[in-house]
Design a protein around this ligand. Structure first.
Ligand SMILES: [Cu+2]
Length: 368
């Protein structure tokens, strides 16, 4: 497949065209998009070329650390699935529950990049760039020292990539951009436990994270933390252009201005006020809180409660106790926990309320 300019993509007589035309404000919003495509074009400089060739035809890249292996494979997925009209796109609650760790010490993780419209509120549909069709992407749960065999398939229309903050790899090789219709694979072993972000790292990163390309990888320590009800909250900001045909494109200029329209936990402004997180009285509750940004941190706080423990990183190390609020940096993740021994309705908030009020407020119900 050859690289095409966005203007050519807009002329494609496919269902993909419908989606891109509806969101063509992107072409205006990202003046450098063609430069991004040129950077990945055949004959261009840079290691993106590796993504277009079978791994067997290339000398394997030199690992930068002994725990990890790098390789590249070609994969041509079926593409061109029909795009739904925005009125048919339902508002879906993102399940915040941490999924269990799969058995075995080798975890195979495969994500597919999809450019799909997503309803984030009752009256707002955005032109999402996603990992596996949701904002955030799926929660990945592994243990420290597991071997993660990761494959990324780009079913989108422009180059994308994957940067796992839980890995230690040469980013120019492992996190390089993958052309539409192709895949990349790499392997890593998380060195530290904790709550780590993953995101698309293709330039401009601001645009790719800002359009929905992020998620959480939770790494358990070798000795498990105390039993708890465990939830993952990834905060992000939405910067939207005026909707066209019911779908709002993301606005790069407004991302640069850093004044978001919405701030959300798990991609849905206010979604856990409408449908709270519920626990039983007496349960230990553990929140893995991350900020995807793309720019702002999250001053995490639970109204009416205190955290007995906050792990700043590498749990069970680096714990602090008796905490009211702690700032989770953009691109960072921390672990907040307490025993829910008081029944009631406890709002969990970004206590930077100029952002909390834009959607980063949820409700925890402690039921007797
Ligand atoms: Cu991307």
């Amino acid at each position: 497949m050859t690289t095409r300019r966005l203007s050519e993509l807009l002329r494609e007589p496919t269902t993909r065209r419908t989606f891109i035309t509806r969101t063509s404000a992107l072409a205006v919003a990202i003046p450098m998009i063609d430069a991004v495509l040129d950077a990945c074009a055949p004959g261009s400089k840079g290691d993106q070329a590796a993504a277009r060739e079978p791994a067997s035809q290339k000398a394997p890249p030199t690992p930068q650390n002994p725990d990890s292996r790098l390789d590249t494979s070609l994969h041509v997925p079926s593409r061109g699935a029909p795009i739904m009209a925005p009125t048919n796109i339902a508002l879906q609650r993102y399940d915040p529950a941490l999924p269990p760790v799969a058995p075995g010490r080798t975890k195979q993780v495969h994500m597919t990049i999809r450019e799909v419209p997503i309803r984030i509120t009752a009256d707002t549909v955005v032109a999402g760039w996603t990992f596996d069709g949701t904002i955030p992407g799926p929660i990945v749960h592994v243990r420290q020292g597991d071997t993660v065999e990761f494959t990324l398939t780009n079913d989108g229309s422009i180059p994308h990539s994957m940067d796992f903050h839980a890995s230690r790899l040469d980013p120019k090789t492992a996190f390089r951009s993958v052309l539409p219709g192709q895949s990349i694979s790499y392997t890593f072993q998380p060195r530290y436990a904790g709550a780590f972000l993953y995101h698309c790292g293709t330039a401009p990163v601001l645009m790719h994270i800002g359009s929905g390309m992020f998620g959480a990888i939770i790494v358990d320590p070798p000795t498990p933390l105390p039993a708890a009800r465990e939830f993952v909250l990834v905060q992000n900001e939405f910067y939207l252009a005026t909707p066209a045909n019911g779908i709002a494109a993301f606005d790069y200029t407004r991302m640069l201005a850093t004044q978001p329209d919405f701030v959300a936990f798990n991609g849905g402004p206010g979604q856990y006020q409408a449908d709270p997180i519920r626990v039983r009285r007496g349960a230990r509750v553990r929140f893995y809180v991350l900020s995807a940004g793309p720019t702002h941190p999250c001053a995490f706080h639970i109204v009416g409660e205190q955290f007995d423990t906050v792990y700043l990183g590498a749990p069970p190390e680096n714990a602090i106790h008796g905490v009211q609020t702690f700032n989770v940096a953009a691109g960072g993740g921390m672990i907040f926990e307490f025993v829910a021994d008081i029944p009631g309705e406890f709002p969990f908030v970004n206590h930077a309320f100029g952002h909390g009020q834009k959607g980063a407020i949820g409700m925890l119900l402690v039921e007797a």
